[in-house]
Design a binder for this molecule. Sequence first.
Ligand code: ADP
Ligand code: ZN
Length: 520
Amino acid sequence: TASLASPNLDNAREELRRIFGYESFRGAQEDVLARVLGGESTLAVMPTGAGKSLTYQLPAVMLEGTCIVISPLIALMHDQLRSARANGIRAATLTSVDADWRETMDAFRAGDLDLLYVAPERASQPGFRDLLKSAPLALFAVDEAHCVSEWGHDFRPDYRQLRPLMDAFAHVPRLALTATADAHTRADILTQLGVPEDGLVLAGFDRPNIRYEIGQRTNAAKQVAELMAATPGPGIVYAPTRARVEKLAQQLGEQTGRPVRPYHAGLDPQVRSENQAAFVASEDMVIVATVAFGMGIDKPDVRFVAHAGIPKSIEGYYQETGRAGRDGDPARAVMLWGAGDFATARQRLGEMENARQAGERARLDALAGLVETPGCRRAVLLRHFGEDPPQICGNCDNCLNPPKVADATELARKLLSAAYRTGQSYGLGHLAKVLTGDADERVRQRGHDDLSVFGIVAEEDAPLLKPLARALQAQGALVANAHGGLELAGEARAILTGEREVEIVLPPKRERRRKSRGDQ
Ligand code: ADP
Ligand code: ZN
């Protein structure tokens, strides 16, 4: 590791060329590096493919001492190890599957490592803390940092041990990295990992070359086969279960004559890695997979990502669809959903421990908002990540082909007023009772039957309240708080003052019946 008195970005640019062979930094990399090289702790929120690894690998080489990288998946660590070493970076992993840990520890103590990858569970082991004390440290890089937050979609208790460990090395700067963090999760990560509030670097999330399309699932195999016929090039199809993966892979292979392979955790490891390698090398293969597939895979020419069922969250959707079109050429993201998908997910909510329910419910509501919006999909996505996008993108299904909608402006005003008058702390169930004049015990106890909004919605409009609430959430007029209460958000004002109209998508009655009988 080269010692550097005052590292700056010019040096970094030279090193970028020398080590990685790249001409310039991309997007937020520069901002992140300026902080990290200046010794400031940072939370970098950058979309998948934005080049997060480089923001700690480069400082690891430039700064005195070793950079400790905390990463949640051993497989991912070994991928990173390979690519770091291929660039001539002195790197090692210290995991349960490594046989050479003694050599690694010696190399670390001798100051011969730029990068040391470890799993989070290592953090709580006293022996590990002692090891870290035996040589200078350059940086703590915490990958997949959303795992530290119960608000995130992938909470891992071991991540909570990282703060005490890092606090024991208070002079060593921290770099937390994630691709997926909404405002709640971001704030939580800052606290949990001890990064100052002004240490947040938020990269742009827009992927303009990806066309987002979301529609009802009637026959997944037939629909994906049509997508394949219209979209040459490599593709990924996500299916929710191993059984569905196997079946869909077989059907698609038969129907399209294109090479199609399955990928899921139940496959023989040998077959699985063969299928992955074949996909990475291929120019027209389609892989049907569970969500386990894709992490750490660097294949720039994926032309489409299809979801044969709903993803877990908007974060998951963004991450999975983000694997399409990394080369910048046009790519498609197609989600096929059934109402049953949401029903199943909500059922699962009931089986969850209480602490996690609120977060999961908020995630599901946000996803429903994306699926049901008659407006721009990209706008919903970007707003979810805290951006302020234009109302129309011109490259999603709803922008290209506006759906049938009904005006619900008046009803929206009533719903927003009810949320406001009741103190912005009740869920839709309670608000609907107030609005339709259903004075149950809770309504009477709170005195909500005395409010001016009590009973102002006709019974026949009651079924519209649910899609409306989701639409309002999707549009940023309502937001669910940590306890599921609906609060007014930024866009509410324009609706209440009559500056903005609200439309909701009306599903045809026939389809509603078909959905309730179950779909495939
Ligand atoms: P992330 O972890 O954010 O998903 P990676 O670190 O895996 O992204 O980087 C994605 C791809 O972009 C990799 O192939 C990487 O080599 C490449 N990359 C990163 N930074 C640059 C850059 N400045 N110029 C060109 N390519 C880059
Ligand atoms: Zn759009």
